[in-house]
Design a protein around this ligand. Sequence first.
Ligand SMILES: NC(=O)c1ccc[n+]([C@@H]2O[C@H](COP(=O)([O-])OP(=O)(O)OC[C@H]3O[C@@H](n4cnc5c(N)ncnc54)[C@H](OP(=O)(O)O)[C@@H]3O)[C@@H](O)[C@H]2O)c1
Ligand SMILES: *[C@@H]1O[C@H](CO)[C@@H](O)[C@H](O)[C@H]1NC(C)=O
Ligand SMILES: *[C@@H]1O[C@H](CO)[C@@H](O)[C@H](O)[C@H]1NC(C)=O
Length: 315
Amino acid sequence: MWLEILVALVVVVMSVRFWYMYTSGHCTSTRSMVGKTVIITGGTAGIGKETARDLLRRGARVIIACRNMEKGRKVAGELQSHGDGRGEVVVRRLDTSNLSSVRTFAKEVLDTEKAIHVLINNAGTPGMGKRQVTADNLELTMATNHFGHFLLTNLLLGRLKESGPSRVINVSSVVHKFPSKSNLNDLGISNDYSPSKAYRTSKLCNVLFTRELADKMAGTGVTVNSLNPGIVRTEMFDAVSFNFRAFLFHILLVVASKTSIHLAVSEEVEGVTGRYFCDCKEAPMSDLAYQNDLATELWEASVKAVGLKKDEIHY
Ligand SMILES: NC(=O)c1ccc[n+]([C@@H]2O[C@H](COP(=O)([O-])OP(=O)(O)OC[C@H]3O[C@@H](n4cnc5c(N)ncnc54)[C@H](OP(=O)(O)O)[C@@H]3O)[C@@H](O)[C@H]2O)c1
Ligand SMILES: *[C@@H]1O[C@H](CO)[C@@H](O)[C@H](O)[C@H]1NC(C)=O
Ligand SMILES: *[C@@H]1O[C@H](CO)[C@@H](O)[C@H](O)[C@H]1NC(C)=O
């Protein structure tokens, strides 16, 4: 009885989701990515893995940037054996919560890759039960979702510019709309910590950064956009039998990764920059995200927080 209700509910939710997807935006590009190099942070699970799979099918050289090399190699093997073998997958270590890991990764990539055409800042953590601080003295969620990607993007900017037209894509979330302005004065999430507060603030930072970087990159051939993939929850299917659950989860993931793929490959968004997308279509950001002074202040605070050096600045 409960199982039937749950299944019916899932079917309704998915139908609404598909209906929304087809009425609100399409991602129909069949563009080949042969000869293109793409970096995906957190390509070992969820939306990142699904995005990697699609780009491999299109023939891209995909660099999976992951914190766990063993898991990374396993996923790479799986993707390569299921793909049609056109693309190439490379696994490299990157812990986005660790600034020295970001610097090491960036150096390796700059030493080995002649070009970077797409950078997908996708790795993310939903926030930990208790506030944790990294070795760089940053709150862990903010470090993983925002500061690490801020540094990474900056370190790769020179190569991205040389490889233009190139694209930077930030996976944000609809929850970027919840924080208020005062949250941006507390990038360490020291006041009244909660995991959701840390997560939401980090996702607002993603959107603000997208806008500031888009301004800084205007006219260089590097476009920068952020997106909301929609909501994919694994827990929702816990009560359903495993195969069915896995099947539904896979479909939801494919839907969720569409917008990342759209921004990475589609001809439609060539030259489009500083925008926010949902279901492959431009969508409004929160009011805060449109405030240029906030974006600039956050940029400067982040430069300090990650210790960006003079020779690491490429804008
Ligand atoms: N799922 C949703 O409903 C939803 C909604 C809105 C936005 N998003 C955003 O979508 C993005 C991807 O999320 P997802 O749902 O696909 O989550 P997921 O399945 O949990 O995947 C997260 C990925 O990030 C990696 N990661 C986490 N911390 C890392 C670190 N310190 N260094 C390197 N990699 C790290 C994970 O690596 P491991 O494999 O090692 O754990 C994993 O590959 C996130 O930015 C998230 O905020 C998701
Ligand atoms: C951070 O990364 C560096 C360089 O890869 C590594 O030596 C160090 O152990 C890492 N620190 C933590 C806390 O993981
Ligand atoms: C993406 O977001 C990260 C983290 O907020 C930021 O550091 C980076 O500059 C952003 N990248 C772009 C291209 O906006």
